[in-house]
Design a protein around this ligand. Structure first.
Ligand code: ATP
Length: 199
């Protein structure tokens, strides 16, 4: 089984790459989905987040209000670090378990898509790391279009994350996604062929 770790900053296009790989039969694990699941009521990170951020971030439906949480952590680096400390190790545990399950059931290609890939053994579970990069202006544009954030908000989110150099330092393969979707698809297909042909 080949396990690809797919990463890159917000708006770079990593989910789009994941969806392309899905067309080639890959099972995809989205770390962001796992992170959401573990913060649901009754799940392992729920109480820890409320303990730190206070009961104000809980909505009437007892769920953590993700918008409120995002507003806090994207305007304060220390709070983002704290949230990451609480959630990353639990997310990594769940991902490692899922990868093992896919391996045991005979899957050939598994992709783990994650925005923060460097902590808690994440890199150990993947065979190769693909990094998706795009110009900041292109990313701001994509994030604004998709989420309705203002220019300033989108820029702030991008700049609160790992810089490109850090992604590049852990990359086995780099995908520059500044062009069309068709070009992206061709790049992904080429890289996948390389991976499959490498010993
Ligand atoms: P996030 O971390 O926020 O999930 P991401 O890196 O996964 O971001 P995507 O969701 O894949 O990024 O892409 C962001 C937006 O940009 C999406 O709406 C997607 O359709 C669009 N997009 C991605 N790549 C291209 C491209 N090459 N051409 C045009 N639009 C693109």
């Amino acid at each position: 089984m080949l396990t690809i770790g797919l990463t890159g900053g917000i708006g770079s296009g990593k989910s789009t790459v994941a969806r392309i790989l899905q067309k080639y039969g890959a099972e995809i694990i989205f770390a962001d989905d796992v992170a959401k699941q573990i913060t649901e009521p009754g799940m392992p990170a729920y109480d820890k987040i409320i303990e730190h951020f206070g009961a104000d971030i809980v909505g009437e439906d007892k769920k953590i209000n993700r918008k409120k949480l995002a507003d806090i952590v994207f305007s304060n680096k220390d709070e983002l670090l704290r949230l990451n400390e609480i959630t990353h190790s639990i997310v990594a545990e769940v991902i490692i378990k899922l990868v093992d399950e896919y391996r045991d059931s005979g899957r050939e290609l598994v992709v783990v898509e994650a925005i923060v890939p460097i902590e808690h053994g994440f890199l150990d579970v993947v065979d190769t790391v693909w990094v998706v990069l795009a110009e900041e202006s292109v990313r701001i544009d994509r994030v604004m279009k998709r989420s309705g954030l203002t220019y300033e908000e989108a820029k702030k989110r991008i700049q609160s994350q790992m810089p490109d150099e850090m992604y590049i330092s852990i990359a086995d393969k780099i995908i520059y996604n500044d062009g069309t979707l068709k070009e992206l698809e061709e790049k992904v297909w080429g890289l996948l062929s390389d991976e499959k042909n490498s010993p």
